[in-house]
Design a protein around this ligand. Structure first.
Ligand SMILES: CC(C)(COP(=O)(O)OP(=O)(O)OC[C@H]1O[C@@H](n2cnc3c(N)ncnc32)[C@H](O)[C@@H]1OP(=O)(O)O)[C@@H](O)C(=O)NCCC(=O)NCCS
Length: 181
């Protein structure tokens, strides 16, 4: 992550205490996750939907905090050796500093540690930042779902992507193999 001093309107000082740190989120964080979603997406889950998925244990959330404020999060599910990346979002003022990449990397590393062999996701075909982020992390396109998303009265295709997860031979503990292809 790029740790340069920030002067954005949130007025955060960049002391070591204020550098974003990645943590597993819990039920008390769900209202903050929704607030973050609201600043990034047109359609969002309700708190009840989010809480019900989370409490069933089917949803894992990792967040970037600074130190208490949620700056970004990644949501995923693990079923046996497959993992589905459901969402990643970073507050607008904190984008383009490597936070999105750190979050997805952390999710993939979490998956590897749980024995995941492959990660799948879908992203809107016009979402250049997200598609570039995933490609940079070694995801490849496996197909297109036509008219999969509806946004502002428009139908958007979804790009389906996947990445095999492997442990890099030079590391003893689970660690992501080289990302760029
Ligand atoms: C997609 C998103 C999470 C990226 O987060 P971020 O913290 O800004 O991304 P990073 O700074 O970690 O950038 C990682 C890579 O993503 C790509 N990227 C990020 N912003 C980009 C932009 N505006 N244009 C093109 N590529 C971009 C680049 O490949 C970048 O690598 P580089 O810096 O080496 O060029 C963020 O833009 C976001 O929250 N968007 C709204 C929510 C969303 O659409 N989520 C995706 C759902 S599928």
């Amino acid at each position: 992550m790029n740790n340069t001093q920030r002067t954005e309107s949130d007025g955060m000082q960049r002391s070591p205490d204020h550098l974003p740190h990645l943590v597993l989120l819990s039920e008390v964080d769900l209202p903050d996750v929704l607030a973050l979603e609201r600043s990034c997406f047109e359609k969002i889950w309700s708190l009840e939907q989010l809480r019900s998925s989370f409490c069933r244990g089917s949803l894992i959330l990792l967040g970037a905090k600074n130190p208490e404020r949620l700056l970004g999060y990644v949501a995923f599910q693990i079923v046996e050796s497959d993992m589905e990346l459901l969402n990643v979002a970073v507050l607008p003022a904190w984008r383009s500093q490597g936070l999105g990449r750190d979050l997805v990397r952390a999710a993939l590393k979490f998956g590897l540690e749980q024995g995941v062999k492959a990660c799948f996701l879908e992203a809107a075909a016009d979402n250049i930042p997200a598609l570039s982020l995933y490609r940079g992390l070694g995801f490849t396109t496996t197909g297109i779902r036509r008219n999969y998303f509806q946004e502002q009265g428009r139908n958007l295709d979804a790009v389906m992507m996947s990445k095999e997860l492997r442990i890099a031979p030079e590391h003893h503990a689970p660690y992501l193999e080289s990302e760029e292809k």
